[in-house]
Design a protein around this ligand. Structure first.
Ligand SMILES: *Cc1c(COP(=O)(O)O)cnc(C)c1O
Length: 469
């Protein structure tokens, strides 16, 4: 399996090579040269596997430069019942009306980002050891990526994490979760700006190739292909838990921001997993919903990005979207380059001519929710089923509800646990969420964070001083 760039300017490379890189050298994103496919026989045979073994099967299709026996050890370590609350790792719960909840948030930071990041926490140190090198992970987080990366990498020698977070834009729980880590290799940097502005700083530093190579900069944001590959696994797992026969279809509803989670669903579907619909759900920051409704992609500025009650989706430029557009335009790198050039000069591109394919060929449907929809949904799911969902998951349930089809299970991805967003739950239900056991004192633990201006020069200076050599 070799990887190329969506913009055509990268010689084919192995998984371990692209693992440690952010953007491809031409500014594009790494994607498999050809996508692996699965057969009905494989699907049936994999039903009996525990999560880590299913992960080995699927990841070995994407990772051919790590011996299978090694990969088996990495997935076994990444997906241990002790880290994910149960033997199932990803439980499937019945809601009602044909809807199910795929529990992706049972990991150490209570959000779906752990699903991929726990694997990165195994595969990064392995590849670094093999190559005798170190890695300084630089990222920006709107909340959940940062903590998942930090919990996956804490205490790992050869890796340091520099995580930019937008000051005052995360919940108290999210802040406490990240900033309470005292490990020497974890650096929390609060910047005065929103997520997109913080990500711009990351992109600026990562595109300074001399700096990047001298300080071994790497990324764990959702453009990292290994994360997408690891996320593909739970689409297979969810399908297996919701069906008994290889010809049965399910649909997935995905609360979306950077288009990383649902891209993994698109990959799974393209590999031959019987997925009927991929329902993309956004909050008020509905750039992606607008694209699927109109065919026009028009990212918004930081000033036009709302602060919402589902903050992990407050994103107006979806960094993974380019990988999907690559497929939409017939895997033509010249067209992708032209579209992104147009984005930078005119601020939008128009694929409305292909709108009929979005659903008919790719299975996409889309919708968005407002704050009051999410509150109502949290209340009504609680009333009807006794299940408490978080505001991001509520967005998925709200958008999916009118789209459920008879006989087709609708699996809503639970992207975070409600304890992470207790303020919103309290607004919806009139009572806070009890802290999960072991985390009762989280918000009163000592915090370690530095405040820096949201500009590349300041962050660069800090990295130079604190990098893992
Ligand atoms: C990251 C995140 C999302 C959005 O996922 P993308 O892969 O960026 O589309 C949704 N909900 C929660 C809780 C998240 O942490």
């Amino acid at each position: 399996m070799k990887y190329i760039s969506t913009r055509g300017g990268m010689a084919p490379q192995g998984f371990s090579d692209i693992l440690l890189e952010g953007l491809a050298p031409d500014g594009g994103l790494a994607i498999p040269e050809t996508l692996p496919t699965v057969t009905a026989e494989q699907l049936q045979a994999w039903r009996a596997l525990p999560y880590h073994a299913l992960a080995t099967e699927i990841l070995s299709l994407f990772i051919t430069d790590i011996p299978r026996a090694v990969l088996e050890g990495l997935t076994r370590e990444a997906y241990r019942p002790e880290s994910f609350q149960s033997e199932e790792i990803v439980p499937l719960r019945n809601l009602d009306g044909g809807m199910y909840l795929l529990g992706l948030s049972e990991g150490p930071t209570l959000a779906f980002k752990d699903m991929a990041m726990q694997f990165l926490g195994q595969v990064f140190p392995y590849v670094l050891r093999e190559r005798g090198t170190t890695l300084n992970i630089l990222g920006a987080t709107s909340g959940d990526t940062g903590s998942a990366a930090e919990y996956a990498m804490r205490g790992k020698d050869s890796v340091a994490v520099f995580m930019l977070s937008p000051q005052g834009r995360m919940s108290a729980f999210q802040r406490a979760q990240m900033y309470s880590l005292q490990d020497a290799n974890i650096h929390n940097i609060a910047v005065k700006g929103n997520f997109d502005e913080a990500q711009d700083v990351v992109k600026a530093l990562a595109s300074d190739l001399a700096f990047k190579s001298e300080y071994h900069l790497g990324a764990v944001n959702s453009i990292n292909w290994a994360r997408i590959a690891a996320q593909v696994v739970y689409y297979f797992h969810g399908w297996m838990r919701a069906t008994t026969r290889a010809d049965q279809q399910v649909s997935f509803a995905v609360p979306s921001g950077n288009f990383g989670n649902i891209l993994a669903g698109h990959i799974a579907r393209s590999m031959g997993l019987p997925i009927r619909r991929l329902v993309l759900a956004t909050n008020e920051n509905n750039v992606l919903e607008e694209f699927f409704r109109t065919g026009i992609y028009r990212p918004r500025s930081a000033q036009q990005t709302y602060v919402t009650s589902s903050p992990s989706m407050d994103i107006s430029r979806a960094s993974n979207f380019e990988r999907f557009v690559y497929d939409l335009v017939g895997r033509d790198p010249a067209r992708v380059s032209a579209l992104w050039k147009q984005l930078s000069t005119e601020g939008f591109f128009d694929l409305s001519a292909q709108k009929p394919e979005f659903e008919a060929r790719y299975g996409f449907q889309a919708g968005c929710s407002a704050h009051h929809h999410r509150l109502d949904t949290i209340r009504s799911v609680m009333d009807r089923t006794g299940v408490l969902i978080d505001p991001h998951t509520a967005d998925g349930v709200f958008v999916a509800t009118p789209l459920v089809e008879p006989g087709i299970p609708m699996l809503v991805l639970e992207t975070a646990l409600p304890a992470k967003f207790s303020e919103v739950i309290e607004e919806a239900l009139g009572r806070p969420v009890p802290m999960p056991s072991g985390l009762e004192d989280l918000e009163s633990r000592e915090q370690k964070v530095v405040e820096l201006p949201c500009d590349a020069a300041s962050i660069r200076a800090y990295i130079i001083e604190h990098a893992q050599k």
